[in-house]
Design a protein. Structure first.
Length: 227
């Protein structure tokens, strides 16, 4: 790398401080990781293996910041993998486009970005795999173990227990309705934790629903996975 590249690399790495990142809610954290990933891939510090190295590095940064990056989700299918590689190349292209001197190279980059413009951006994909570690514990381990690891989860479980007592009284004699009600409450609390909240839980507004769509992947040639 050139001297300018090394200076830029040092600047980017100084911004990747867990002490700062751990204070961010989930959305802002995933945006910060997106910028970090794209900038480092644009600088391209290694001759090869940059993408594998950056996924490992960002996973470690996330862990130190109290988050999990579930990169393995993009290994579940060829389409999911292509989503990631195309989004990565577009993000790097956006950083590079104003610094390309040769017209022929500029045309190639702009053409590639236009060709895959209908695919989800890198920020959207990273947001889909970013979760606070405490939210994962709430979902997957026992209450005692979860609170031991993250004391702030005590409020979430207190809310869950209060809801259980409430529905046991209001829906007595209807176990099926109690189970369904508790399922909805737990899903709501899980969503709040995934968003980065640790307190202030209340009953969800059932009028609000979230719809998701699967976006098609446009592919013509196999992306250059490591460039």
């Amino acid at each position: 790398m050139s001297e300018n590249d090394l200076k830029e690399l040092e600047k980017v790495l100084k911004e990747a401080q867990p002490s700062r990142l751990k204070t961010l809610p989930t959305k802002e954290f995933s945006e910060a990781i997106t910028k970090l990933y794209a900038k480092l891939d644009y600088i391209h510090p290694f001759y090869e293996g940059n993408s594998r190295t950056l996924r490992t590095f960002t996973r470690q940064i996330a862990r130190a910041s109290g988050y999990r990056l579930e990169w393995e989700k993009f290994n579940q299918s060829v389409a999911a993998r292509d989503f990631l590689y195309i989004a990565r190349d577009r993000a790097v292209g956006e950083l590079a486009v104003n610094h390309i001197r040769r017209d022929s190279n500029l045309r190639l980059v702009v053409f590639s970005m236009d060709k895959y413009a209908g695919n989800p951006p890198l920020s959207e994909l990273i947001a889909s795999i970013t979760r606070p570690a405490r939210a994962v514990y709430f979902e997957k381990v026992t209450e005692q173990r979860a609170i031991k690891a993250y004391s702030e989860l005590e409020q979430a479980f207190k809310t869950l227990h209060a809801a259980s007592a409430y529905f046991a009284e209001k829906l007595s004699g209807n176990p099926k309705a109690q189970i369904e009600a508790m399922k909805q409450i737990r899903q709501y609390i899980q969503g709040e934790l995934d968003a980065g909240k640790t307190s202030g839980f209340h009953r969800p507004d059932k009028s609000k629903t979230v719809q998701t769509e699967k976006m098609p992947v446009k592919t013509s040639k196999e992306p250059d996975h490591e460039r």
